[in-house]
Design a binder for this molecule. Structure first.
Ligand code: ADP
Ligand code: MG
Length: 688
């Protein structure tokens, strides 16, 4: 059943009539794939109506219009006095209002004049330009038809998101052929009802009549979104059942709790209730025979590292090893510096391994890991190089987990025998979304900051006031305050942004000698060195100018001022993350959001959200409402699910529906779910 349809879905687009390898490659760029299915999952973004108008009167410049015109005269174009003149066909509409059809490619003059002969009526469709000098003009109309062939112009044209070299006509042609073939195949076969309904919904969104058909709440889009969610949720459910069938029995080996009790004794502070609750949840997971898969979400500064540390100490009671994986060298070293003294007191061997370790020192560290002597290893992905072996890896902690892809997470897990996995994240995801974003993970939330923290004062300021700002912070710097000064980095214009950071650095260096600079173009060693110097309590570096490389967890308790330039160019969640780099000590901290001249009213409102609240979840929710999910989740390589039809904001209720449908015990045998998993490639779904 449905095999013929699936075979066609998997056909390379180059075999569609009129496509061929060159166009197929272009489609591949736009669609991210070159199969018929990839085309089908790429739906139009809007509908362009092409009802035939009687008159240009009332139409707006920029509108795409379709209109009956009477051809009055031809004005040949060409080179006159060194200037290029277009060929013009002077026409009039039904009310004798003048309208000009214009062609710049004068070589085909005869072609156009034949298509638009004097004294005859034609229907043309294209984008209208109104100018004071030339009146109404259509440049290069997309359609020119005889009145009796008006039906050849689509009254509702679906406009696809496209790329270079792919016209809307090509899209329409390919779409028409695809659906013709689909109809042949489903007529000749006993296609399943589910498949028929799925195809029907696809057909409606590929041949939309109004923009309403393409809106998230149209029944067709909602249907497709539901199918997509059901595919993903069923994949997650199956992953979970596979995991539940695995076992690791480390917990039963633990007889005494001497280590963890001692750990609590030597802690320099009292854990917050939220930290304690999270630790209890983790220990309960340890006691279950199935491997743990838990995400700890907590705002920056909520104290996730200590939770990780408690978990690793607990794991050591069973004799098993733990690793703490950090996204950067600096962060790994920082964690090590913090945890090593505690481990020493507990008599636990703790080590750090990063890309910096080479030669003898590295070999010795590897031997210690392999023998099982090292109980807690802190480091970067170097911990998972092929030649690193563990005696008994029981727990993998991933700090700032959004920095790691699915692939990396899988390879970490393979180093141990069903190790427990603990992910730490400072990116708050609204609760309604977390199950789809994180898939098969249990979630603990640290929604409380350590006592004694003073809330950060956040203000916004136009960039013209930057000098006033500099004189305002000067005395504080004099008194030992440290300042993060962030300049944005946008991929497209990496070079110019880097220059902006360098200019700012030069400027600030005049006011504050020993200012540091740190950006993505510097090599990693240099960057780490500057950051380490800034973090060093005794260094003279008071100001660090950087692009967003500091976003990741660096801890500089004496930093109390965060300045962010062009704040309007960041997502709220990113700004909140950056802000969390200050306010970690016992002194009052400040965050100043500098904005550019061309900020929109909405942009100002977004910054206000940040000035008003410090709650990461509220900010995430606002970000979601204001910008959609793209910004919230960050870049593609972070391993989040990218949906075709699902709109995180509009389809929240469908998430729940799809999830409960996937809870069915027979989900593994459900043929339609399986087919949907093929359609919506679910091979990379978390908890991988
Ligand atoms: P994050 O959740 O952003 O990773 P950290 O784990 O780096 O936060 O903790 C931030 C700072 O708060 C660290 O200096 C840490 O030692 C301190 N800290 C953690 N828990 C507590 C607590 N319960 N009371 C006081 N300070 C704490
Ligand atoms: Mg952290």
């Amino acid at each position: 059943m449905d095999k013929e349809v699936f075979d066609f879905f998997n056909t390379d687009l180059q075999f569609i009539h009129g496509v061929g390898p060159v166009l197929a490659t272009k489609f591949n760029e736009v669609l991210g794939g070159r199969r018929v299915l990839d085309f089908l999952l790429h739906i139009p973004s809007y509908v362009r109506p092409r009802e035939i108008l009687d008159s240009v009167v009332g139409a707006q410049s920029g509108d795409t219009i379709t209109i009956s015109v009477l051809v009055k005269s031809h004005k040949k174009g060409g080179l006159f006095k060194g200037k290029r003149h277009p060929t013009q066909i002077i026409c009039a509409d039904k009310f004798a209002a003048p309208i000009t059809i214009q062609f710049f490619n004068v070589n085909y003059l005869d072609y156009w004049t034949e298509k638009l002969p004097i004294g005859q009526w034609r229907i043309v469709s294209g984008k209208l330009d109104f100018s004071n000098r030339n009146g109404a003009i259509i440049n290069h109309p997309e359609f020119i038809e005889l009145p009796e062939n008006a039906a050849k112009i689509p009254t509702h044209q679906a406009i696809y998101p496209s790329g270079e070299g792919l016209s809307q006509k090509t899209f329409a042609n390919v779409r028409n052929q695809i659906f013709n073939t689909i109809h042949e195949r489903i007529n000749a076969n006993n296609t399943s009802t589910n498949m028929l309904e799925f195809i029907d919904a696809l057909e409606h969104v590929h041949f939309p009549e109004t923009n309403d058909d393409l809106a998230p709440n149209s029944i067709y889009v909602a249907k497709l979104a539901y199918c997509e969610l059901f595919a993903h949720q069923s994949a997650i459910a199956i992953n979970r059942s596979v995991r539940k069938a695995q076992t690791n029995k480390r917990a039963v080996r633990v007889k005494k709790h001497n280590l963890i009790d001692k750990f609590y004794d030597i802690l320099p502070f009292k854990l917050t209730n939220a930290q304690q609750r999270t630790i209890d949840e983790i220990f309960a997971d340890f006691n279950r025979p199935t491997p743990m898969m838990r995400l700890v979400q907590g705002d920056v500064g909520s104290g996730k590292t200590m939770v990780a540390c408690a978990s690793m100490v607990k794991m050591a009671e069973s004799g098993a090893q733990s690793v703490l994986l950090a996204p950067t060298d600096t962060l790994a070293q920082q964690h090590f510096a913090k945890l090593k003294p505690m481990c020493d007191k507990l008599g636990l061997v703790c080590d750090v391994l990063t890309g910096r370790d080479k030669g003898v020192s590295r070999r010795e560290k590897l031997i210690s890991l392999k023998s099982g002597r090292t109980k807690i290893a802190i480091g970067t992905h170097a911990l998972f190089s092929e030649d690193v072996e563990y005696k008994d890896l029981g727990l993998v902690v991933i700090d700032e987990q959004h920095r790691f892809g699915v692939q990396q997470r899988t390879s970490m897990r393979e180093k141990g025998h069903n190790p427990d996995m603990l992910a730490l994240s400072a990116t708050p995801i609204p609760r309604t979304l977390s199950m789809t974003v994180y898939g098969d993970m249990d979630i603990s939330i640290i929604n409380e900051k350590p006592a004694g923290r003073i809330p950060i004062k956040t203000t916004k300021l136009p960039i013209e006031r930057v000098n006033a700002l500099i004189s305002r912070i000067a005395p504080q710097i004099e008194n030992g305050a440290k300042v993060f000064w962030v300049c944005p980095l946008v991929e497209e214009s990496e070079t110019s942004d880097m220059m902006a950071a360098e200019l700012r650095f030069n400027e600030l260096n005049k006011h504050f000698p020993h200012t540091g600079l740190c950006h993505g173009r510097m090599d990693k060693k240099q960057r780490d060195k500057v950051m380490a110097e800034f973090a060093d309590e005794n260094s003279k570096m008071r100001v660090l100018v950087s692009t967003t490389v500091i976003e990741v967890g660096i801890d500089v308790p004496s930093a109390t001022i965060m300045v962010i330039e062009n704040a309007e160019r960041f997502g709220l969640a990113a700004l909140h993350q950056l802000r969390g780099r200050v306010g970690r000590g016992s002194k009052q901290s400040f965050c100043i959001l500098l904005y550019g001249n061309n900020i929109s009213p909405d942009g100002l409102k977004r910054l206000d959200v940040l000035c008003e609240t410090d709650d990461g979840f509220v900010i995430a929710e606002q970000d979601l409402m204001m910008r959609g999910v793209g910004e919230l989740l960050g870049t593609k390589q972070s391993g989040w699910i990218q949906y075709h039809f699902v709109n995180y904001r509009e389809h929240r209720d469908l998430f729940k529906l799809a999830q409960s449908a996937s809870m069915d015990n027979n989900i593994t045998e459900n043929i339609w779910a399986k087919q949907l998993r093929n359609i919506f490639d679910c091979s990379t779904i978390a908890g991988a």
